[in-house]
Design a protein around this ligand. Structure first.
Ligand code: PEP
Length: 250
């Protein structure tokens, strides 16, 4: 039985000051709720505020990117050790906005995921097709390429730490959600692929859905057999909607 995992991707939103309020509200609304794993992924500058805010609760902390080198001349990047120092347990890798706006490729996604794992962070590796790719009937080819390339070289205990996120690009921030059947179809496809890559470990790997997940569609999506959580953008910026989604996973 896979424990569901819901992560809030705050993107470039919430200063440290604002984060303090949001975390306090989320923590209060969740109480000690622990039936679903909950992770907050603020911008780097708000990690400290989130670290302070979640103290004494089961809420985990994630970052939105990580570099593959330990240190050096990589202006604007951040290392896994720096994230660990701020209490991060997870890191989002290969979000479609990084692929679309910042030149992220399957190869760099793989390097980031492997570096995260080597440093003891759990990567949330994002995959997903664009609208043009879906309309061209290439969804499964795109997903297969992204999964195979993004996870290349993972072995042994890595699989237990991996989280995947299926995020159809056309559903992110658009208000258009994949139907539960559309999402389940891709999740089941990813699970089959993972069985080939990871063997028996595939049944323990959590696959989140992301793309306009909201309190009113969360229960239906999270009720699908291969949907093991959510990666939440817009709805993660308000405590009430985020907590409602987390609780819908129970
Ligand atoms: C995301 O950015 O990961 C996401 C799913 O965004 P939204 O929930 O706003 O569609």
């Amino acid at each position: 039985m896979r424990k569901k995992i819901v992560a809030g991707n705050w993107k470039m939103n919430r200063t440290a000051h604002e984060a303090k309020t949001l975390v306090a509200e989320i923590k209060a609304a969740l109480g000690g709720f622990n039936a679903v794993e909950c992770v907050l992924c603020p911008p780097f500058t708000s990690l400290g505020a989130v670290q302070d805010g979640v103290a004494g609760s089961p809420i985990g902390i994630g970052a939105q990117n990580v570099h593959w080198e330990k240190s050096g001349a990589f202006t604007g990047e951040i290392s896994a050790d720096m994230l660990r120092e701020k209490g991060c347990t997870h890191v989002i890798v290969g979000h479609s906005e990084r692929r679309q706006y910042f030149g992220e490729t399957d190869e760099t996604v793989n390097k980031r995921a492997r570096a995260a794992l080597a440093a003891g962070l759990k990567p949330i590796v994002c995959v997903g097709e664009t609208l043009a790719e879906r309309e061209a009937g290439t969804t499964f080819q795109v997903i297969e390429r992204q999964v195979r390339a993004g996870l290349q070289g993972l072995a042994g205990a890595d699989w237990d730490k991996l989280v995947l996120a299926y995020e159809p690009v056309w559903a992110i921030g658009t208000g258009k959600t994949a139907t539960s059947a559309q999402a389940q179809e891709v999740h089941a496809f990813i699970r089959r692929l993972l069985r080939e890559l990871a063997g028996g470990a595939a049944d323990g790997i959590r696959i989140q859905y992301g793309g306009s997940m909201k309190p009113d569609n969360a229960r239906e999506l999270l009720g699908q057999p291969d949907i093991d959580g959510g990666l939440i953008g817009g709805a993660a910026l308000q405590a009430a909607s985020f907590v409602a989604i987390v609780k819908a996973g129970a």
